[in-house]
Write a protein that binds this ligand. Structure first.
Ligand code: BGC
Length: 330
């Protein structure tokens, strides 16, 4: 290569290096500024213990109920609660928010567990640095978190299986009743446990068969898309059950656009749309968790921990079943 070419190549390399250096430094600066803002605004000013709640999705109605419970407990107990989360489900961003909470040296962290080595390591790092961590809604059982606060998820999946099996009796004229399932995410332990619990019941019934399992990414729109695909691929599917809060509404939308008003739909949780669809008889039933209590109890447990009391490894909650006839309690 001629000298001129070498000079041009070297020049280009130098420019790329300077650009990368600039990007790195400005992103570090942005992060540090953000961390400073958090620490000053939340804890510094009030002098109250600073508790960070990291959700799976900021504006999800189910997570807003957890936040409400956490806020009420924090106000009662004199703690400063900060609620954060990705705008749309995004495990990498959840991990980044956890990293930032540790860097901001908050007094305690409440978070949704995810199946991820990096996330588990960060939880352990927080605990090693003396920041107590509780998992809420979904556990991270391989981490050193203090307590899991939430539903007994295997059991709740089993309960969904029982009501689906009961409903399956309506199809006794068929040799096989086909079932489709939506889960919210593969990375959330609550979803995989619910599916295991559900399968454990369905597998005991020879006439019932799970023909399709898909992930909705806890989105109503994706739930509708995935349910539509199922209805297209398995036109004789009789039942679709969803295991996260917006799945029921998404499945209903798909059933309506496919003209399948005979489809039996089962869901999870009691967001407004699900309650209304149950009242109209369009969704057969829903397994109801207690998100407000999850938030409230987790802040109360953190309060005890910060006062030097010990915490149990699990703080489990049962579920109820909502049908058109009302709530069936545990
Ligand atoms: C799950 C949460 C999830 C929510 C999504 C709930 O059933 O427990 O993990 O974030 O649904 O809508």
């Amino acid at each position: 290569m001629s000298d001129k070419r070498w000079a041009a190549v070297l020049g280009l390399l130098l420019l790329s290096f300077l650009y990368l250096l600039f990007e790195f430094m400005s992103s570090t600066y942005r992060n540090q500024a953000l961390i400073r803002q958090w620490s000053e605004a939340e804890a510094g000013a009030s002098g109250k213990p600073h508790v960070m709640l990291i959700s799976q999705e900021l504006d999800n109605p189910y997570w807003r109920m957890i936040e409400q419970g956490a806020r009420d407990a924090a106000n009662r107990l004199g703690m400063a609660l900060e609620y954060v989360g990705p705008l749309r489900i995004n495990p990498e961003e959840q991990t980044m928010l956890l990293e930032k909470a540790i860097a901001a040296k908050v007094d305690a962290i409440l978070l949704q567990g995810i199946h991820s080595i990096a996330y588990t390591r960060l939880i352990d790092q927080a605990v090693a640095q003396g920041i107590p961590v509780l998992t809420v809604d979904a556990d991270a059982p391989d981490s050193k978190r203090l307590t899991y606060v939430g539903t007994d998820n295997y059991e709740s999946g089993r309960r969904l299986g029982e009501i689906v099996a009961e409903a399956g009796r309506a199809f006794s004229d068929r040799s096989t009743t086909k079932i489709g399932v939506l889960i919210g995410s593969n990375l959330a332990e609550n979803q995989t446990l619910r599916l295991d619990g559900f399968r454990s019941v369905i597998s005991r019934h020879r006439s019932l068969q799970i023909v399709d399992v898909r992930v909705s990414n806890i989105s109503r729109v994706e739930a509708a898309q995935k349910a539509s695909e199922m209805l297209y691929l398995h036109p004789d599917i009789a039942i679709i059950a969803g295991m996260s809060a917006l799945d029921g509404a998404g499945i209903l939308q798909a059933a309506k656009s496919a003209g399948r008003d005979d489809l039996l739909i089962f869901g999870f949780d009691d967001i407004e749309e699900t309650k209304q669809a149950i009242a109209r008889g369009e969704i057969a039933a829903s397994v109801i968790q207690k998100p407000y209590r999850m938030g409230y109890d987790s802040v109360s447990i953190i309060h005890d921990v910060l006062e030097g009391k010990s915490a149990p490894p699990h703080h489990l909650m049962d579920t109820d079943i909502l049908t058109k006839d009302g709530i069936r309690l545990e």
